[in-house]
Ligand binder design. Structure first.
Ligand code: PRP
Length: 174
């Protein structure tokens, strides 16, 4: 792996501290309830598993896969479901777990789609938010870090499927 192409933007320790804070905030907000995490594959899988282990409330997890990008660094604007949830979310308290909000197209679509399935509540947590890149208005309910407009990899995020295992979030400079 060509590590020299990466500059660390958010290191492992900073991520761990922020994930703990988010978990505390979310645990307090959903106290007395059971939460269903909807992890958006593949990028959010590491964030979701770290967040889940820090939550202090009963929690379930399900997975959905959507496509919003081709194999390039530019959003295609096309969103479709590649793998749907295994179970119904009707009447459940649902929290979508994302790694990054960029144009906002994926979450705009996902929220509309999941709301049509009549959950009791629907909110979104994202580790990263890149508001400078928005094409549609979208504000996540919980956000780990707002970042500038760099292409980032690591902690689940990829470039052409590589680099997801990097412990921190890094800026990709080919
Ligand atoms: C990324 C990310 C979000 C989406 C955000 O996924 O995980 O789902 O793009 O972009 P948007 O706000 O412009 O819609 P990607 O399609 O790269 O798939 P991956 O998670 O499998 O890497």
């Amino acid at each position: 792996m060509e590590i020299e192409k990466c500059k660390v933007l958010i290191d492992e320790g900073a991520i761990a501290r922020r994930v703990t804070e988010l978990a505390e905030e979310i645990s307090a907000a959903y106290e007395g309830k059971k939460l269903l995490l909807v992890c958006v594959l593949k990028g959010a899988v590491i964030f979701a598993s770290d967040l889940m282990r820090r939550l202090k409330i009963p929690v379930e997890i399900d997975f959905i896969a959507v496509s919003s990008y081709g194999t390039d660094t530019v959003s295609s604007g096309v969103v479709r479901i590649l793998k749907d949830l295994d179970s119904s979310i009707k009447d459940k308290d649902v929290l979508i777990v994302e790694d990054i909000v960029d144009t906002g197209l994926t979450l705009k679509y996902l929220c509309k789609n999941l709301l049509s399935r009549q959950p009791h509540s629907l909110k979104v947590v994202t580790l990263l938010d890149k508001p400078a890149r928005r094409l549609v208005e979208y504000v996540p309910d919980y956000c780990g870090f707002e970042i500038p407009d760099h292409f980032v990899i690591g902690y689940g995020l990829d470039f052409n499927e590589d680099y997801r295992q990097l412990p921190g979030v890094c800026i990709y400079n080919p």
